[in-house]
Design a protein around this ligand. Structure first.
Ligand SMILES: [Zn+2]
Ligand SMILES: [Zn+2]
Length: 295
């Protein structure tokens, strides 16, 4: 198994310089849970380089509460040094740890060429593409009252369709390698009566872009109370031939490799025998080790 979605800092915690010891501890816990390779994928918006490039993308948001909320969120997060993060991951690789260097990249409408140009200057192995917000609405920020209030203003069908449109645009930009938490829009538990049309559009977006899709245990830790993607969507990804990664989306050591055995069970039930890994942005397939005994 892989854990191809890991953060070094919890939201709300000011960054500290990442250390080799921290990465080694992540690897040790991963190994104990049957995970043979991890990807460090900190949020792009945690770094000053993103601040310099993207600050103010929320300025034309017409809803004042959302505009102010995004400004505060950005100010809380954009403080780390991308060079220090990259150097730490490279040092871990050089020390022989089973780590690849990644980043979780949000969708910024009309700005993805600028983002790609920034990221091309670093030796990333894998880039995750994510949609955490629609325009500036952080639909998944359970701790933000202004964001959660929007769920009572918008229809669930519109929210889902707008989310999928953002994913389609992100995929078409060609910026990233893996679609992270593909149906994150369900995070609060709001689901359309018939999600199949949205699911089909998500599968088509990954197929046409060549992206892999992520199977993540993080949804089990949220009100959605199921993995991302939903079982029906996962089956469609597999039927569509979309390569898969597995992930915990941990923001702390105790969640690294969370429920990897449950993810393995979902894949086994669908006959999936390989996962997609990446080196230097190039894909490579790794066999799922059926021999490993998971706790
Ligand atoms: Zn995410
Ligand atoms: Zn994440």
């Amino acid at each position: 198994m892989l854990d191809y979605h890991l953060h070094l800092w919890p939201h709300g915690q000011r960054d500290t310089a990442p250390t080799l010891d921290q990465v080694a501890a992540y690897c040790e816990r991963a190994d104990a849970h049957g995970v043979t390779e991890i990807a460090l994928t900190e949020h792009l918006f945690r770094f000053r380089e993103a601040d310099a490039l993207l600050r103010g993308f929320w300025d034309d948001e017409p809803v004042a509460a959302l505009r102010a909320s995004m400004g505060r969120y950005w100010d809380e997060h954009a403080h780390a040094e991308l060079d220090a993060y990259v150097e730490c991951a490279l040092a871990a690789k050089a020390a022989g740890l089973p780590v690849v260097l990644g980043l979780e990249v949000d969708y910024y409408r009309g700005r993805m060429e600028d983002v790609a140009t920034l990221l091309a200057g670093y030796p990333f192995d894998v880039l995750l593409g994510s949609v955490h917000w629609i325009g500036t609405w952080r639909f998944d920020d359970l701790d933000d009252p202004a964001s959660m209030e929007e769920w009572s203003v918008r229809s669930v069908d519109d929210a889902w369709s707008d989310y999928v449109t953002a994913v389609e645009e992100l995929a078409a930009s060609g910026t990233c390698d893996v679609l992270a938490h593909p149906d994150l829009i369900k995070v609060t538990g709001h689901r359309p009566v018939a999600p199949e049309e949205c699911w089909d559009r998500l599968v088509e977006a990954t197929v046409s872009s060549g992206m892999a899709a992520e199977l993540s245990s993080a949804g089990w830790r949220k009100p959605a109370a199921e993995a991302y993607p939903a079982p029906g969507l996962l089956a469609k990804f597999v039927a569509g031939g979309v390569p898969l990664t597995t992930a915990s989306d941990a923001h702390r050591l105790s969640d690294v490799a969370d429920r990897s055995s449950d993810l393995a069970g979902l894949l086994d039930a669908l006959g999936v025998e390989t996962l997609r890994a990446f080196s230097d942005r190039a894909p490579r397939d790794v066999a799922i080790d059926k021999g490993v005994r998971l706790p």
